[in-house]
Design a protein around this ligand. Structure first.
Ligand SMILES: *Cc1c(COP(=O)(O)O)cnc(C)c1O
Length: 469
């Protein structure tokens, strides 16, 4: 039989359909029972088990390995007591979207196709939530790290002109970017990649309310200007990764406007307080005045990894910063090469997947109010954890609970060891950080499955484990 044109598709679609349905059933069962499935250590010999030999084993064998071997070795962030780092929990409706997106296999880099309009609809929703002008631009990215790189490149072109794309940065004066103490490492990384080096990032101390000290920022800018440095951007933090602190974004926007400096906001998870009620929502007041915003959809919104967004107020500048149209990407008047919005003009990637569909499906099916309620629950749960810690004689808070993060210590015990023991016992996942130089346990709650009972159970588990020798 001539298999040309059929080599990689199923030979028997009926049989394949049965295998796919079985896989879907296994996925659904796993999602439905997520509460019973905490992280489990990766067993000895797992790498050997998944090693590839180059031979064809068939979909049946491959799918069986997915269900029996690979899916159970997940990070466990689908579990209600997972609060380590800042991990999203995953949305069942978005699994459906991922299946449809993979079926369409759209390349959303450009061309005249429906997927582009879906991404634009998602971005319009996001700029609307931010309170930016309706003309604002944006692009979905792999996460906040990539969004930060795009935002700072755009800021740099506003400061020095888009001719910089051709000339490069060799002739530029040294630049400075400002962020509060506790700002995320992705900002320094973006500056490394942009060629300014991490040393161009200046960390500004916090004020008594855990916000960037605007007076200190103002002095740092003046000092840099005197020294011949160009202030490139102020990076406001809306939800610091360590303790969930929020800068006064309105004050930063005022200063940025007065000094004519780009204002970028890192709101990887904090962005979503825009969906909560006051007073939580007030923490992100002023975010709509930013020149650019980086945020994640894979954290608090919980779409399956990965998805973030970069929002940019000046749509023309955004396009000028990234557009490149060689002959093989020429726009057509009509047909597939038509369409006036090509996302390859707005970011790094030429070929890019249909990330927008899982976000669109999440918003379309669940509505923004449900996310707002889940976010409010998480902040209430973090506050409760803080109260339980305060009330326990053997525990001590490391920082006040400002939003959805609770940092605490068990005096005399090593937080890294406690966290690992709780994880291995399958009881709860905390991660660790330092507050005021001292190590502590940290729960960053962006988990729509967490209940009040989970918070009580986890604190009980911490105390029980800490009481063991
Ligand atoms: C997670 C996080 C980032 C980095 O985002 P990625 O999506 O992981 O690239 C940046 N800033 C803050 C505050 C974060 O929590």
């Amino acid at each position: 039989m001539d298999s040309e044109g059929h080599r990689l598709d199923p030979e028997d679609w009926g049989e394949f359909a049965r295998q796919m349905h079985a896989l879907l059933d296994a996925c659904l069962e796993r999602m439905e029972t997520a509460r019973d499935l905490p992280w489990r250590p990766v067993p000895e010999g797992f790498a050997g088990k998944v090693a590839l030999d180059g031979d064809a084993h068939g979909a049946q064998t491959a799918f069986a390995a997915l269900v029996d071997d690979i899916m159970p070795k997940a990070t466990g962030n689908t579990h209600p007591r997972f609060w380590g780092w800042v991990h999203g929990t995953g949305l069942p409706v978005a699994v459906g979207a991922e299946m449809a997106a993979a079926t369409m296999n759209a390349n959303v880099g450009g061309r005249w196709q429906g997927a582009t309009e879906v991404e634009r609809a998602v971005l319009h929703q996001l700029t609307g939530i931010a309170g930016m002008d309706a003309t604002a631009s944006g692009i979905l990215t792999g996460g906040t790290s990539q969004a930060t790189l795009l935002a700072l490149q755009t800021a740099r072109l506003r400061a020095f002109g888009t001719g910089l794309r051709q000339s490069g940065i060799a002739g530029l004066p040294p630049v400075s970017v400002y962020v509060a103490e506790g700002g995320h490492s992705c900002i320094a990384k973006a500056l490394e990649i942009l060629g300014h080096g991490a040393q161009s990032l200046r960390h500004i101390p916090l004020d008594g309310g855990f916000r960037m000290d605007v007076g200190a920022l103002s002095s740092a800018i003046a000092e840099d200007r005197r020294a011949g440095r160009t202030p490139l951007a102020i990076v406001g933090t809306a939800g610091s990764v360590g303790i969930g602190a929020f800068d006064d974004l309105s004050a930063l926007a005022d200063l940025a406007a007065a000094e004519n400096i780009w204002l970028h906001v890192d709101s990887a998870f904090g962005f979503w307080l825009r969906l909560a009620d006051p007073p939580l929502r007030d923490r992100v007041d002023g975010i709509g005045r930013a020149d650019s915003i980086a945020l994640d959809l894979h954290k608090w919104i919980g779409v399956p990894y990965d998805c973030g967004a970069c929002l940019i107020a000046d749509a023309d500048l955004h396009r000028e910063a990234f557009t490149t149209r060689p002959d093989y990407l020429a726009q057509g008047a009509d047909g597939l090469a038509g369409g006036d919005h090509w996302f390859c003009d707005y970011g790094l990637d030429l070929s890019r997947g249909f990330r927008a569909l899982k976000v669109w499906t999440a918003f379309k099916s669940l509505g923004l109010a449900a996310f707002g309620a889940a976010i409010r629950d998480n902040c209430r749960q973090a506050a409760l954890m803080g109260q339980l810690v305060d009330a326990a004689p053997d525990l001590e808070l490391a920082a006040p609970v400002l939003s959805n993060i609770c940092c605490f210590r068990v005096p005399g015990k090593d937080p890294g060891d406690l966290a690992a023991r709780l994880q291995i016992a399958g009881q709860a996942v905390f991660s660790t950080t330092r507050v005021d130089g001292e190590p502590c346990l940290r729960a960053a709650i962006v988990n729509h499955r967490t209940t009040t009972a989970d918070i009580h159970a986890a604190i009980d588990a911490v105390r029980a484990i800490a009481a063991q020798p």
